[in-house]
Design a protein around this ligand. Sequence first.
Ligand SMILES: Cc1ncc(COP(=O)(O)O)c(C=O)c1O
Length: 423
Amino acid sequence: MTVAAAFDVEAFRREFPALLGKVAGKSLVYLDSACTALKPRCVADRLHAFYLNWGGCGGKRSTHLLSQQVEAWFQEARAEVAGYINAEKPGEIVFTGGTTDAVNLVASGFRFAPEKNEVVVTDLEHNSIVLPFKQAEAQGRVRLRFCPVTERGPDLSALEKIVSKKTALVAMARSSNVLGGSFPVHPVAKLARAHGAKLLLDDAQFLSSHREDVQASNADFVAFSAHKLGGPFGVGVLYGKEHLLNGLGHYRVGGGTVKDYSVGNGQDEVEPVYLDAPMRFEAGVQNFAGAAAFGDSLRFLKRQDPVALRGHIRELVGYAVRRLREVAEIAVLGAEETLREGSLVSFYPTQASFSAKDFNLFLNHELKDRFIAVRIGDHCAHLLHKRLKLDGTIRLSFFAYNTKSEIDLFMDALERYIHEACR
Ligand SMILES: Cc1ncc(COP(=O)(O)O)c(C=O)c1O
């Protein structure tokens, strides 16, 4: 029997300077990585070195040595991302501003037909999935359908009834930013295929502790953000199979997206000739530094044993769920066995005297020598909260740098707050 290697959390933590320093004289307990992950030293170093020593423009505009180097880094980062998610080739990776930008690209560019214009999302989706398709609906291009969810995730039997030959696209998160867990992708991909629909996966939360294999998942499009993986802000990815990317209409156009103009005899007979994907979507000067640093964050994550890392997160989530369930004044969303497949857990107060806002203030200001960062509110998933009839939730989310003792610190704080406010 082979025994899985333990994850070396202390070595991992040492790469995150924010965990080692103090903010306003206090140590940080960071349980908000679903919002954004802290950044490893290699990412900060790369951005610093780029702007300090390079700062040139890639994208084949200028061709001097500085630009050639920056462009080479940009394309290396593209190849790194492609390798990370097992895309067939780097050309399937479009750099975007983030998950939101990637989903907007699909919502604007997808060619819906009048008889095949339905987009199916689930009630748990982040606003960045729902709203771009809501806009497409307002433009009369789409009919948006909502699949119900339970506390454990999308209701797959309801999904089977909603997806039909009218469905053009199914768009859903592989992991919810409120309910946690991770959802089976194969039955959804199979269902979509059976009806000639495409599948767009939102991997913004999934990738922080799972590895995606886009070929095995059989998704047509996958969107994610660098900053949730320790990379910089303002960089994200739309993965798509090459022919599907080339079949999308334009979203933003501009410099870097055309190879030529065809010009007729009349003064106004001007037609742009666009480049193929991914360049046809990467309009304007790109975030060259951000993409290069994103590549570094993926290289850093790739050096970790994925099984050990997942095991570590699974243990953290399981431990947090068990401890939270012992507290009478709150209710945890979801079941331990499904939550353990994600990287977060959310709960809500069951007593009127427990104020999430006050609790947040307490975590920030009332603890000696430290503060604890969690997230309270709707987490950009307003619809889910509405459907579950909840005003908001309190979310603990983990990255590989978190430890059980940080959960203990949170639990001590929670029990103290309840003791002072509710009993
Ligand atoms: C599930 C999910 N999808 C999409 C997004 C949007 O990501 P971004 O704001 O990086 O575009 C988030 C961010 O919190 C998320 O949690």
